[in-house]
Write a protein that binds this ligand. Structure first.
Ligand code: HEM
Ligand SMILES: *[C@@H]1O[C@H](CO)[C@@H](O)[C@H](O)[C@H]1NC(C)=O
Ligand SMILES: *[C@@H]1O[C@H](CO)[C@@H](O)[C@H](O)[C@H]1NC(C)=O
Ligand SMILES: *[C@@H]1O[C@H](CO)[C@@H](O)[C@H](O)[C@H]1NC(C)=O
Ligand SMILES: *[C@@H]1O[C@H](CO)[C@@H](O)[C@H](O)[C@H]1NC(C)=O
Ligand SMILES: *[C@@H]1O[C@H](CO)[C@@H](O)[C@H](O)[C@H]1NC(C)=O
Ligand SMILES: CC(=O)N[C@H]1CO[C@H](CO)[C@@H](O)[C@@H]1O
Length: 326
């Protein structure tokens, strides 16, 4: 009895010791080193997103794509070099935008306090602030992320789910990041805002199994409408379609309503209704007030923002977000 107690104390002491020597994200990490940092990001987003609401969606998506490859370390922002092809070049990133938006915030921060605020924290803060501008939830973003120095195209291709992903692929790719099925459903809820190019889902309209057929899981009326008015040819890769028609600028529950009407745009959206656990979670979200969704979405985003972060003396604080420091 005494022995067990003693060992317990030792383990407790050891874990407190390890805990205190390991660097962590914290709220207000820049409160002393760059007190205006969070305000500068927030002011910039608040000033510019209303003129370009589609940027809000792309920033949130950028944060997701960053965190799913080597953790939230701004590896998604690095340019390719003569001997390396970066994440940016991977198919899922072809439709990412907003790199210059992050660069402009970075310039303001470098002018205020050079070499202090990471590009990884800028993406995280800007995407939270962007969600708020679309009417979504606010949450406190712990900061102190540092920037990575490696960005490899193949890693983005391997880790970021494709719109054609089925349920088991989604489950695996999210589990690889420590995210569960509930978080898969919640984070997919970001598709309540933004657009998709026809090319991300036209296989469902024109050639689902290679015999010129349509995805039977997609509502027939909706498919006919998309073919008649939006994605008029199987190879259209420029037309943009609202993912949550009529409400693409507003952060709300309507994405989940559409899923149950078989109007989710991607196979990966539709896949959430093919599993009983995720389907019942969708139904549960729709029953609750939107404030439940907001609270849970915020918690899931905060967790996504912690994936494999570099802190302390890991990584670096990039001077320019597109290139590693020389
Ligand atoms: C579950 C797996 C997911 C898949 C397969 C997926 C796939 C896609 C695809 C293919 C697009 C359209 C790109 C285009 O054609 O322009 C898109 C857009 C978007 N995704 Fe996802 N996504 C997933 C999860 C997420 C998550 C977790 C978030 C954020 C938390 C997110 C946020 C967004 C946003 C905001 C847009 C709109 C972008 C814009 O308007 O430019 N997605 N997604
Ligand atoms: C790529 O080239 C840079 C110099 O341009 C060099 O520092 C780096 O080590 C090279 N990386 C690889 C993987 O060869
Ligand atoms: C899901 O997709 C993966 C990758 O394309 C495939 O290997 C797997 O067999 C599919 N699973 C189901 C249940 O269809
Ligand atoms: C459908 O896909 C198959 C196999 O990839 C291809 O041979 C065929 O030409 C496509 N049909 C259409 C109408 O695009
Ligand atoms: C879009 O389609 C056009 C014509 O089919 C093609 O030349 C172009 O490379 C495509 N763009 C992308 C980004 O796939
Ligand atoms: C990164 O690449 C983009 C697009 O090619 C280019 O406009 C930008 O100037 C590059 N940034 C740096 C710092 O080299
Ligand atoms: C922003 C960016 O770098 N997009 C690239 C994504 O990848 C494709 C190729 O797969 C490039 O053509 C894009 O320039």
């Amino acid at each position: 009895m005494r022995g067990k107690y003693f060992i317990g104390i030792i383990i407790l002491g050891l874990s407190i010791f390890l805990h205190s020597t390991e660097a962590h994200l914290q709220l207000g990490f820049y409160s002393k080193s760059c007190p205006k940092a969070e305000k500068i990001v927030n002011d910039y987003v608040k000033e510019h997103i209303p003129n370009a609401p589609s940027l809000a969606a792309t920033l949130i998506r950028m944060h997701f794509h960053d965190c799913f490859v080597r953790g939230c370390d701004a590896s998604v922002l690095l340019n390719s070099t003569s001997n390396n092809t970066a994440e940016k070049e991977a198919p899922p990133n072809q439709t990412l935008r907003g790199f210059d938006f992050i660069d402009r915030i970075k310039s303001l921060l470098e002018a205020e306090c050079p070499g202090i605020v990471s590009c990884a924290d800028i993406i995280t803060l800007a995407s939270r602030d962007a969600i708020v501008t679309t009417g979504g939830p606010f949450w406190k973003v712990p900061t102190g992320r540092r920037d990575g120095t490696v960005s490899i195209r193949q890693e983005a291709t391997n880790n970021i789910p494709a719109p054609t992903s089925n349920f088991s692929t989604l489950q695996t790719l999210f589990a690889n990041q420590g995210l569960d099925l509930k978080e898969l459903v919640l984070l997919s809820g970001a598709h309540t805002i933004g657009i998709s190019h026809c090319s991300s889902f036209s296989n469902r309209l024109y050639n689902f199994t290679g015999v010129g057929d349509q995805d039977p899981a997609l509502d027939k009326k909706y498919a006919a409408n998309l073919k008649a008015n939006k994605c008029k040819t199987p190879t259209d890769n420029t037309t943009k379609v609202e993912m949550d028609p009529g409400s693409r600028k507003t952060f709300d529950l309507s994405y989940y309503t559409l899923l149950l009407k078989r109007r989710g745009l991607f196979q990966s959206d539709a896949a959430l209704t093919t599993n009983s656990v995720t389907k019942s979670y969708v139904q549960q979200l729709l029953q609750g007030p939107v404030s439940n969704f907001f609270a849970e979405f915020a918690t899931a985003m905060e967790k996504m923002g912690r994936i494999n972060v570099k802190t302390g003396s890991d990584g670096e604080i990039r001077k320019q977000c597109a290139v590693v420091n020389s």
